[in-house]
Unconditional design. Structure first.
Length: 258
């Protein structure tokens, strides 16, 4: 059975590519940044695309089995003022609204660790209030799966049976997903020591570009003098989900639901 998904705050497609590699199928994407949409259009030309999360919902989004979203991290990032839910960029309520309207079976949310202190309780209670069982948040750094930098992120996983009644199947399925994730991360844990020295390095290809398609001016972004294109690329990498981490979570969900 193919699991379909929709992508909110899709960025340049890191999460989408990871779920595709896990065997899932993308039905739609929502992304407001024009440069990121160029990447999405290049690699997902046949996928429905929308610009503003405020303008989407049951009326224009196709029902899917899973919704993934790396809602904006600026309200929680240590690089900012950490205003949390008081920040104008606090868009989790919009993601929760779309989830409630479409009733996917699975929900994957991603943000920086700052969300733990400033909004995690509100996010979990909100999901539970609309009928989702939420497992313990998972903090998975990119280095846990062999990347050469830390990149800590908090992952929120929710499950429902489409009818807002999570009790029966979720105890089995959501408990199996963290176990599957642990098995995957164990394979890369031996490299944590050397990876720790890679803090601050950009050692990964741009999420959203297929392997072998890295070029000096991919997708027509920026100029050919190096600087504008590099700035676009670095900004998108900074906002993107790590492809391999999402693939690992996706495979764990596939294993749990098989």
């Amino acid at each position: 059975m193919t699991i379909t998904f929709g992508s909110l705050f899709a960025g340049c497609g890191g999460g989408d590519l990871g779920l595709e590699r896990a065997g899932m199928e993308c039905e739609w994407q929502v992304e407001i940044d024009p440069m990121c949409r160029k990447v999405l259009e290049k690699h997902w030309p046949h996928v429905s695309r929308f610009c503003d999360v405020h303008d989407v919902g049951r009326h224009n989004l196709e029902a899917v089995d899973l919704i993934i979203g790396g809602f904006p991290c600026q309200p929680f990032s240590s690089a900012g003022k950490q205003r949390g839910t008081e920040d104008d960029r606090w868009l989790w309520p919009q993601m929760e609204r779309v989830i409630e309207e479409l009733r996917p079976r699975w929900v994957i949310g991603e943000n920086t660790p700052g969300v733990d202190r400033l909004a995690l309780g509100q996010i979990i209670s909100g999901l539970e209030g609309i009928g989702y069982k939420v497992g313990p948040p998972l903090e998975i750094p990119a280095c846990a799966i062999g990347a050469d930098h830390l990149r800590y992120r908090t992952w929120i996983l929710g499950y429902s049976n489409h009818e807002g009644e999570p009790e029966m199947p979720i105890n089995d399925e959501t408990s199996r997903v963290p176990e599957a994730i642990r098995r995957h991360t164990e394979r890369g844990r031996g490299s944590l020591g050397r990876n720790a020295s890679g803090i601050g390095r950009v050692g990964e290809p741009i999420p959203g570009y297929r392997i072998g398609e890295q070029k000096n001016n991919p997708g027509g972004m920026g100029g050919k003098d190096g600087l504008p294109g590099r700035m676009d690329r670095l900004r998108m990498i900074g906002n993107a989900m790590h492809v391999d981490v999402v693939e690992m979570i996706g495979r764990a969900i596939m294993e749990a639901t098989a």
